[in-house]
Design a protein around this ligand. Structure first.
Ligand code: ATP
Ligand code: MG
Length: 304
């Protein structure tokens, strides 16, 4: 399908229940890849999906559009002063609505501001209702570094948050920080945590580490996604794995993820580890990881 701008046509179908989901995770961990494959798989299930990139890099929706980039809401605002939301919505794979919030000019202003502005714009113009969407998926950022990036979890916009994490400590550290943000905002009606999408988790010790982290923080793994050359190959071709290799094992895994998101109802407040607990937990793993890898012990569930 040649990607093109949406016509912005409205429809008169009955109102559906919109599910808004936010995906967080450390920089480079696989948020946009996972989100785009999730959007593609949900749209293949027949849902009307919008993917909302909240990263100033504005590359979230790239593989839904044959590797092409779209103007961001902030770009359009800078150019025109006023933006009709429909001018910022572009059509991607299987009719997915693609939006990029964008950011300020590099080195100037607050990046989180772009998210606030973009979300407000679409809200004010009632776009979600008008397009009769089933899912809006926000592809956000690793660390909740400023108020803007917390918007999807803070202001009751997203009902469910998922975090993408590998078993690497820095990814877990970012996930734990997110849990702290969610815990803080949850009392004020913010979003709750749906679970962890364990990306690039293949071997036994990687799975043991992530399983133990979710146990310690009272959450769950929604799906294990292995590292796969099919993802690399698809991305080089400017596409999601769902589009480029629909019969592959990896596409099957992304479709399973979509089914789990579809079935997901109840999110909970995670229990983050405090910095000392997290350090103690990581130290235990440092001591035991080789034994787990050798198969000497089945799991090193840490008592902290
Ligand atoms: N399961 C996987 N198998 C193989 N490669 C992967 C997998 N997940 C992600 N990648 C690759 O890792 C790189 C980073 O992924 P991606 O851009 O999705 O991360 P991100 O979290 O969105 O990054 P950023 O924080 O910069 O937005 C990409 O080149 C992507 O193809
Ligand atoms: Mg990204």
């Amino acid at each position: 399908m040649a990607p093109k701008k949406t016509t912005g046509k409205t429809n008169s179908k009955p109102k559906k229940k919109l599910k808004q989901i936010a995906i967080y995770g450390k920089g480079g961990i696989g948020k946009s890849t996972t989100t785009s494959n999730l959007s593609a798989a949900l749209s293949d299930l027949g849902y009307k999906v919008m993917q909302f990139g909240c990263d100033p890099k504005a590359d979230s929706t790239n593989t839904l559009r044959d590797g092409s980039y779209i103007p961001t809401i902030l770009d359009l605002l800078r150019e025109k002063g006023r933006v009709e939301a429909k001018d910022a919505i572009y059509e991607g794979y299987n009719g997915i609505y693609c939006v990029e919030a964008g950011g300020p000019s590099p080195g100037v202003g607050c990046a989180g501001r772009g998210i606030i502005t973009a979300v407000q714009l679409l809200k004010q113009q009632n776009i979600y209702e008008e397009l009769n969407l089933d899912y809006v998926i926000y592809d956000v950022l690793g660390d909740v570094v400023c108020g803007g990036f917390a918007v999807p979890i803070r202001e009751g916009i997203a009902q469910h948050v998922f975090t993408v994490s590998s078993s690497d400590f820095m990814a877990i550290y970012a996930a734990n920080n997110l849990f702290r943000g969610i815990q803080k905002y949850s009392n004020a009606g913010g979003a709750l945590l749906g679970g962890v999408i364990a990306n690039s988790v293949s071997s036994g010790y990687q799975k043991s580490i992530i399983d133990d982290f979710v146990l310690q923080t009272n959450t769950q793994v929604l799906q294990y996604v292995p590292r796969s050359i099919t993802v690399t190959q698809s991305e080089l071709g400017g596409k999601t794995t769902i589009e480029a290799a629909p019969d592959s094992e990896q596409a099957k895994i992304y479709r399973e993820l979509a089914k789990r998101v579809e079935a997901h109802e109840v999110s909970t407040t995670p229990v983050p580890l405090d910095p000392l607990q997290l350090r103690a937990w990581a130290n235990k793993w440092s001591d035991q990881i080789l034994a787990v890898e050798r198969g000497d012990v089945r799991s090193a569930g840490a008592q902290i």
